[in-house]
Design a protein around this ligand. Structure first.
Ligand code: ATP
Ligand code: MG
Length: 289
């Protein structure tokens, strides 16, 4: 996964890396940013379902709407069965629960798990939303897990009132799902934290690395993106001053990265929409050493 502050280059690194991996085996590029930009980059709607966007490369954008539609298909009936067995509620309870905070976040990771367990892909490249949204995604997962542990005790006490369904079996199923998601994140996922050579993105990069450590997600390394090339700044007072400020940030990042790999990508001409740009980024990102 690629993570970091808003606008630092997460999507650029994700797409470049996904194209690189597609050269080796079947790859899925997945975005959990509710306002993601994969559809624009590949010039086709990727917010409804998975599409093949290049040889060996599939992509999908998990928008809130797509996630909630998938959630309905998979869980709504089970939830209705549990609740209607002891409460006088109609199907409108499904709409009510769908609107609860965290449902879309919880289900995004369930979708990621489904894709990982499908065995269809050698690699999944995960383009995330800016820092706070992604951290919420992880915390909701942990909260849901401890909630289900509590729920087990609660439902056990009132087990007799259920007649149509066995809530404990369902809760066990959901808990096992949550457990598998946490395991996927802790054992099969690694994060690259992207930052620009400016104080705030760098500070956030280390904060997010700490949070990921707490959560048990491996932080593989850091990417310092949009570093001004020295030769373009010499002789231009404004650009030279900006270059000097960036170099200070770069040194700080080198010190704090604590022997973890730190890759650098220069500020390039063009952008993600320009042909050749992603290949150039991929070349720089994946060069040896
Ligand atoms: N090394 C680079 N040189 C020049 N432009 C770049 C570079 N890296 C990224 N960009 C441009 O910067 C902009 C932001 O990049 P990108 O969309 O990848 O960031 P992001 O972190 O995914 O943003 P968001 O948080 O909004 O999802 C894009 O227009 C992209 O083309
Ligand atoms: Mg992005």
């Amino acid at each position: 996964m690629f993570t970091g502050k808003g606008g630092v280059g997460k999507t650029t690194m994700s797409v470049a890396t996904a194209l690189q991996h597609a050269g080796v085996g079947k790859t899925l590029l997945i975005s959990t940013d509710p306002s993601g930009s994969l559809s624009e980059i590949f010039s086709r709607p990727l917010d409804r379902k998975v599409h093949t966007v290049a040889p060996n490369l599939d992509a999908v954008e998990l928008t809130r709407k797509l996630v909630l539609d998938l959630w309905r298909d998979k869980f709504a009936e089970e939830i209705y069965a549990v609740l209607s067995s002891f409460l006088p509620v109609g199907r409108e309870i499904i709409d009510y629960i769908e609107g609860a905070p965290g449902i879309d976040e919880e289900f995004m990771l369930d979708y990621l798990l489904t894709m990982a367990e499908s065995g269809d892909y050698r690699t999944i490249i995960w383009d995330t939303a800016p820092t706070v949204t992604t951290l919420n995604l992880l915390f909701v997962q942990q909260m849901f897990y401890s909630h289900l542990t509590q729920a087990h005790k609660l439902y056990f006490k009132v087990k007799k009132v259920f007649n149509k369904v066995d809530p404990l079996a369902l809760i066990d199923k959901w808990r096992s799902l949550t457990e598998r998601i946490i395991e996927l994140l802790q054992t099969d996922t690694c994060a690259w934290v992207v930052a620009n050579p400016e104080p705030l993105p760098i500070e956030q990069a280390f904060d997010i690395a700490d949070s990921f450590n707490d959560f048990g997600i491996e932080v593989k390394g850091f990417i310092l993106n949009k570093v001004l090339p020295a030769e373009l700044c010499q002789g231009h007072p404004f650009w030279q001053a900006k270059f000097n400020a960036q170099q200070k940030c770069r040194e700080k990042m080198q010190q704090k990265s604590n022997n973890r790999p730190l890759k650098e990508i220069p500020e390039l001409i063009g952008d993600i929409q320009v042909d050749g740009f992603l290949r150039e980024v991929a070349g720089l990102l994946h060069k040896r050493g």
